[in-house]
Ligand binder design. Structure first.
Ligand SMILES: [Mn+2]
Length: 399
């Protein structure tokens, strides 16, 4: 059986205010071609299919078109709910969509009830562990009252999966080995360094070194393959435990990282091979750095005019309207940062210390240096200041 493991489609997400729906259509539109070309049997989406619990009408159309096209190309579709999805809304059609070949895995109560698929070697069971919020899971008979973390609930869910595998293994016929795949949306240890700011935190202390609330990779022992979702980067935690990463780039931290999915071959005896397959990147991300004028004029940046651009300009002082200027050259400039190349050391002295015994002109001069990163007054500015000051003094005296 050949599986295409994807995750985190985040249909409907905006990128710095830009809609990504057209890009999503393009990327998802490439999957049916892969299905026929590579003979994919099942396309998995390991959670966060939508970006929000209440997706727009247009977002639902994009998802529907993608699923229909994949089904028409001949693959089944397995969709898990993630922390961005409403499990109830996404799962609404579950009981009857399965008859069409769209399996919606959204219910915690169903973690021990796999989708039963089969190939020429016999059955392949697909278990789903949707995003589980510990506080809401305590009523599940298989979750303890004490469950507090992702580690607690996902371990408990995998215990349920392993007992189901054991139970079902006993009704095997002949020499057939019942193979199993789990699809899960959670934070697994080892993924910390690849985590970016485009994933909404689901663990209590996601940034603490060692990931106090990350699920250990060993929790996924006992299945032939674990198709993970949540982290937006491609990560191989072991041969059989992997993140595919998100469908598109949703943060500049992900710039240049591969986008696509894992092509997973399950053979007669379990996992045969796993290979990476790229998906198109309709609008790549590029970070550019330099003096504002250089960014606006240098030939070096010409290839990036259709990229999403994050521009860092290094002029000593803040420039007027940098975003508007940059967008004349880079219409998809999403973010502008000012990082002066020489950082003037701001005085740590108190205001009183800084002005004590100084003339008005000296105070004016040091004020400018402070707010303009070390740049004092120009000749013209000094002249204007002197004029204003003498006018002021003249009025004061005539009172
Ligand atoms: Mn996500």
């Amino acid at each position: 059986m050949r599986i295409f493991h994807t995750s985190d489609w985040h249909i409907g997400r905006t990128f710095h205010g830009y809609s990504t729906l057209d890009a999503a259509r393009t990327v998802l539109g490439a999957i049916p071609g892969l299905v026929s070309e590579l003979g994919i049997d099942v396309v998995i989406v390991a959670g966060d299919v939508y970006d929000v619990t209440n997706p727009s009408a247009e977002s639902t159309q994009v998802l529907q078109q993608a699923i229909v096209a994949i089904r028409e190309a001949g693959a089944l579709v397995v969709v898990l709910s993630g922390n961005h999805d409403s499990a109830t809304k996404l799962g609404f059609a579950g009981p009857f969509s399965a008859a069409y070949g769209l399996h919606l895995l959204t219910q915690a109560s169903e973690v021990g009830s796999p989708v039963e698929l089969a190939d020429e070697h016999g059955p392949v069971d697909i278990y789903g562990i949707p995003y589980l919020q510990p506080e809401l899971m305590r009523r599940q008979p298989w979750v303890g009252e004490q469950a507090r973390t992702q580690h607690d609930v996902v371990s408990a869910a995998m215990d349920v999966v392993r007992s189901a595998i054991e139970r079902r293994g006993s009704d095997r016929r002949g020499s057939e080995r019942r193979r199993s795949v789990v699809v899960a949306h959670t934070f697994v240890a080892g993924a910390e360094s690849e985590s970016s700011d485009s994933e909404r935190a689901i663990t209590r202390e996601p940034l603490k070194a060692g990931g106090v609330d990350a699920v250990p990779v060993s929790v996924f022992e006992g299945v032939d393959y674990a198709a993970l979702g949540h982290i937006h980067s491609r990560i191989q935690l072991s041969d059989a435990v992997r993140y595919s990463g998100a469908l598109m780039h949703y943060s500049f931290k992900e710039a240049g990282k591969p986008r696509g999915g894992w092509l997973v071959d399950i053979g007669a005896d379990g996992l045969d091979s796993v290979e990476w397959v790229d998906l198109p990147v309709p609008r790549p991300l590029k970070e550019i750095t330099g003096q504002l004028n250089d960014l606006l004029l240098s030939e070096e940046w010409e290839p990036y005019k259709d990229h999403y651009v994050k521009a860092t300009y290094t002029d000593d002082t803040k420039q007027m309207d940098p975003l508007r200027k940059l967008r004349t050259r880079f219409p998809w400039c999403a973010e502008v940062i000012h990082r002066p190349s020489n950082d003037h050391e701001a005085s740590t002295a108190s205001y009183r210390e800084r002005v004590q015994g100084k003339s008005d002109t000296e105070v004016f001069e040091s004020f400018l240096e402070d707010v303009r990163n070390g740049e004092g007054s120009s000749e013209q500015e000094s002249r204007i200041f002197a004029e204003v000051l003498s006018e002021y003094e003249a009025t004061e005296q005539s009172r």
